[in-house]
Design a binder for this molecule. Structure first.
Ligand SMILES: Nc1ncnc2c1ncn2[C@@H]1O[C@H](COP(=O)(O)OP(=O)(O)OP(=O)(O)O)[C@@H](O)[C@H]1O
Length: 327
């Protein structure tokens, strides 16, 4: 049996701020297998970065244990560091050098020979699409190019496990999509285990095979995006009427018997119906409403998002809390 890439037991970190104890991470049990692409998702202050900093040996746990890439993060820090890459928030390549030189320098810092470091830098420049800019000053690169160079820096020593702390924050949608493609390719070509933190619900949904949702330092859900949505959220049919009075009438109308078992509520001029299998039932419902001569202003059928999952698990929206960060 192969050893898991990450295994934590009751991982906990407190900070003492002005005589008050802040629990940033509260007893996390995590398990990541080699080759997985996992997203840690949670609102601001949930404990994502603190978790990553403990897993990468940058911060000691207050209690609990963590084994990463075969080593204990407290007793074998060097072992962990030799096998992982870590791209923190806004760190990485310096400004005053050429990208290629930064990469070779980083390789040398890991004890690689000059020739090996150069060959590896060439390989990463190629695979992260940096050929056109690798010989420019780092300070002249765009945000997306900088992020890709940061990732190349984290990969110079061919780590088995790569941690990315909010890789897409600050990038425009096009650069985010491009970066996500590169992350997928890295995994496909090299089998690198990737653990990333993100505020972006769609990023976690599209990119990760497994999403670990953290809130107040605790794990609140851990599964594939599809299963999280199937288990913790339902499809939604939203009916909009011209007046709130019409909407109130519809809530009690027999035509809604079609969606018996659904969670039905009125909000102003809309009637929101949460149920499983909305696509199938929406058609029947519309036919029944039509037969009853009920006029609709608008109909919308939507699939649940990871935000719905978070909302159902915590009663709060992740979207509201992360608005500032998503701009
Ligand atoms: N060095 C520190 N000293 C005191 N408190 C800290 C420290 N680092 C983190 N915290 C607190 O621990 C909690 C978790 O912070 P952390 O940065 O891990 O969250 P996060 O999920 O990464 O948030 P974000 O998405 O905003 O980066 C927060 O309440 C934060 O204020």
């Amino acid at each position: 049996m192969t050893e898991p890439m990450i295994h934590t037991n009751g991982l906990t970190r407190h900070f003492v701020v002005k005589n008050e104890t802040v629990t940033a991470v509260a007893g996390l049990d995590l398990h990541v297998e080699p080759g997985e692409l996992v997203a840690l998702l949670g609102p601001n202050g949930a404990g994502k970065s603190t978790t990553l900093r403990m897993l990468t040996t940058l911060l000691a746990p207050t209690s609990g244990t963590a084994r990463v890439a075969g080593y204990d993060v407290v007793t074998h820090q060097r072992g962990v560091r030799s096998r992982i890459g870590y791209i923190g928030q806004g760190n990485g390549a310096g400004h005053s050098q050429h990208g290629r030189d930064e990469l070779v320098g980083q390789g040398r810092a890991y004890g690689m020979t000059k020739a090996t470091a150069k060959a590896r830098a060439d390989e990463l420049i190629e695979s992260l699409d940096l050929a056109a800019v690798a010989d420019r000053m780092v300070s002249s690169l765009s945000g997306g190019q900088r992020r890709r160079l940061d990732i190349a820096m984290g990969l110079i020593h061919s780590p088995a496990l790569l941690f990315l702390d909010e890789p897409s924050t600050g990038l425009d949608p096009q650069n985010r999509a491009n970066l996500q493609d590169h992350i997928r390719r890295l995994r496909a070509e090299h089998g690198t285990t990737i653990v990333l933190t993100t505020h972006y619900l769609d990023e976690a949904d599209q990119l990760a095979e497994r999403v670990i949702v953290i809130d107040h330092g605790k794990l609140i859900a851990d599964d594939t995006p599809a299963r999280l949505k199937a288990e913790h959220a339902r499809d939604r049919i939203t009916l909009t009427f011209d007046t709130a009075g019409q909407a109130a009438e519809i809530v009690r109308h027999p035509a809604l018997g079609i969606v018996a078992g659904a969670d039905i509520r009125q909000a102003g001029t809309t009637v929101v119906i949460d149920l499983d299998g909305a696509a199938r039932l929406a058609q029947k419902l519309l036919r029944a409403l039509d037969d009853a001569l009920i006029e609709l202003a608008r109909v919308e059928v939507t699939q649940p998002t990871l935000d719905d999952v978070f909302l159902n698990l915590t009663g709060r929206s992740l979207r509201d809390e992360t608005q500032g960060a998503s701009k």
